[in-house]
Design a protein around this ligand. Sequence first.
Ligand SMILES: Nc1ncnc2c1ncn2[C@@H]1O[C@H](COP(=O)(O)OP(=O)(O)OP(=O)(O)O)[C@@H](O)[C@H]1O
Length: 260
Amino acid sequence: MAEQAPAITLERVCKSFGPNRVLHEVSLVLPAGKILVMLGPSGTGKSVLLRCLVGLMKPDSGRIFIEGEDITALDERRSADRDKLFALRRKFGMLFQDGALFDDMCVGDNVAFPLRQHEKMSETEIAQRVKEYLDAVGLKDVQRKMPAELSGGMRKRVAFARAIALQPRIVLCDEPSSGLDPVMSATLDDLILDLHRRYNMTFVVISHDTAEARTIASHIGLLYKGVLQTFGTKEQVLRSNGEAINQFFDRSTKGPIQVL
Ligand SMILES: Nc1ncnc2c1ncn2[C@@H]1O[C@H](COP(=O)(O)OP(=O)(O)OP(=O)(O)O)[C@@H](O)[C@H]1O
């Protein structure tokens, strides 16, 4: 049987904005079906990395392969590349930091939105899919509710249901637990693990939360000042005794990571 291509391969990815060097020679290989938690202090390039992954931003140099296909070789302005780029983008589901629900749409319409945009499905099929994914994120009888009627944790669940509605291969989560209390964060971690088991998707979770990394990660990366300080399986990284990763896990001000 042919070996499955890694979900994500980065080869010496660099990105700067003027003199601001945001990503510097970032390289990693994430096998399919894994959960990568990418840690790092604020402003260190994590969101830029996500945007490069989905082809919304082009690295200055280096290459990014999604399931073996080079997304950095594609240019949206070239019509020959456009379909390929959109097909690669379709492999991703995205959970934004604030959930990014449409406030003027009920929950059901929020989850149905990507299906109506991208799939040729009947309204009956859409309704079935919406119900399946709301069930999968543990929400019942909320379809007709408006986002403002829900708690922060419930809104995050709706956002998850919408992120997986198109059955993506890779789900990118930008700080899923930000703004949630510790218990709600833990519940969300359980949800990520449950969705991962159920649908066998690859997850890339951007986080500041080392507890989250310990709980859900199969792989951990630490990005600081645009340099991938460490990357490997959770066991490798936790055993590595690297200064930066120890500082992060020990919540210490002493070490190579300086925030001021
Ligand atoms: N479009 C852009 N133009 C110019 N600079 C940008 C742009 N996008 C990001 N940056 C800069 O890149 C750096 C990294 O930003 P990024 O949003 O990736 O940080 P982050 O690690 O996601 O931070 P946080 O954890 O606070 O969300 C910052 O200095 C930011 O100002």
